[in-house]
Design a protein around this ligand. Structure first.
Ligand SMILES: C[S@@+](CC[C@H](N)C(=O)[O-])C[C@H]1O[C@@H](n2cnc3c(N)ncnc32)[C@H](O)[C@@H]1O
Length: 362
């Protein structure tokens, strides 16, 4: 749904039947303080300390959950990314204490897929590797700790982000960050008509709509000493902003449906992310769609691993690959941005960008 399509009538939602503590607390704030920005509403719906969709641990990803991500397709995604991380490690001189920082790690499945593959197939890299997860929500950290217990001290959860050399990785993190709904100088804010949530429009001057995502880029840039940032997400180069509300594999018509029980995301505006990264001294090392990115990695793996193909005789892996690559499945919907800091600007492209065109950001 484009912002303009989020009209008052269509999105007005009678939440009497969903009289949860979360809905009540959102209503109370609006009654006391007047209409609130959509960023504030999204923060409550997804990240309210007790009742938010993510922070409560209620979010379920995959076939039996609310939506699919690359990670939920199967282990192939993590294995391909592990190969890309290994190339980065080689590029940085095969250093000891190479750190992968993952943010938005959900239940730890991606970390597990990466670490299992590296341990089995890339033992030298495994010895040098440290895995760090930035996780603000205790219930998710608990799930990650359980899933990754077998790796002991290799995986740690720092209390706050720390300086590191290596790679910062995220899959669908930026699109889950709170945004304001601003289009053509008008902002849609969340108000109440009786007990119904409605959008109220107000004029705004030039204002940043994705403050949280930009601040997360500041934080990553401040902590990365040398290495790469790889962010995978669905978004646009042009200024097209779509809000998506998903529950049980259905797209809902309004963010006011199933508050705290549905995922809310906004397509990422890559141009503003890149601009902020460059202002922080990061350099763009590649940008392409997921189809080209994963095809590049796969072709490198297939040509270099002495015939130990990632897909060897596995029908399941081939199906996973098709889902990840197919333009009508996940291949074109997702894009991959790579940024670098203190890496030789003349360094050749990473495998993932072998087939990419030169990016143009607006
Ligand atoms: C759409 S899910 C993606 C999960 C996982 N990466 C995957 O691909 O299956 C977004 C995740 O980002 C997390 N998240 C949101 N803001 C975050 C932040 N500031 N730091 C770390 N995680 C965050 C949410 O809790 C949620 O687990």
């Amino acid at each position: 749904m484009k912002i303009e399509e989020l009209d008052v009538d269509r999105c007005a939602f009678d939440v009497l039947q969903l009289n949860t503590p979360l809905v009540e607390s959102i209503r109370e704030t609006i009654r006391a303080q007047g209409p609130q920005s959509f960023a504030w509403f999204m923060q409550q719906a997804l990240y309210h300390p007790e009742h938010g969709y993510y922070s409560s641990g209620r979010c379920a990803i995959g076939r039996k959950g609310d939506y699919f991500t690359n990670v939920s397709v199967g282990p192939l995604f993590g294995r391909l990314l592990a190969s890309q991380f290994s190339e980065i490690w080689e590029r940085l001189g095969k250093m000891n204490d190479f750190v992968i920082v993952e943010q938005g790690a959900h239940d730890g499945q991606f970390a597990l897929d990466v670490l299992e593959f590296v341990q089995k197939r890339l033992p030298e890299f495994f010895d040098a590797l440290r895995y760090r997860i930035i996780e603000p929500f205790p219930i998710l950290e608990q799930q990650q700790r359980q899933r990754l217990e077998v790796f002991g001290d290799k995986v740690k959860w720092p209390d706050s982000p720390e300086p590191f050399t290596g790679v910062h990785f995220s899959n669908e993190l930026l699109d889950a960050m709170p945004v304001r709904l601003i289009s053509n100088g008008t902002e849609k804010v969340v108000g109440l008509e009786g007990d119904k949530f409605v959008f109220v429009e107000r004029r705004v001057d030039k204002t940043i709509f994705n403050q949280a995502a930009l601040e997360s880029i500041d934080e990553i840039a401040a902590n990365l000493q040398r290495g790469y940032v790889i962010a995978i997400d669905y978004g646009f180069l042009e200024f097209e902003r779509n809000v998506q509300v998903r529950a049980q594999h259905r797209n809902l018509d309004s963010p006011f449906e199933q508050i705290g029980h549905a995922d809310i995301t906004m397509s990422v505006h890559w141009g503003s992310i890149v601009e902020r990264a460059q202002a922080n001294g990061l350099r763009v090392a590649g940008f392409t769609d997921q189809h080209h990115f994963l095809t590049g990695i796969l072709s490198q793996v297939e040509s270099g691993d002495g015939g130990q193909s990632l897909l060897a005789d596995s029908r399941k892996a081939k199906r996973e690959l098709q889902t990840l690559l197919h333009p009508e499945m996940l291949g074109r919907a997702f894009q991959v941005l790579a940024l670098t800091k203190n890496v030789d600007p003349g360094a050749s492209r990473l495998a993932g960008f072998k087939f990419a065109r030169e990016p143009r950001f607006s």
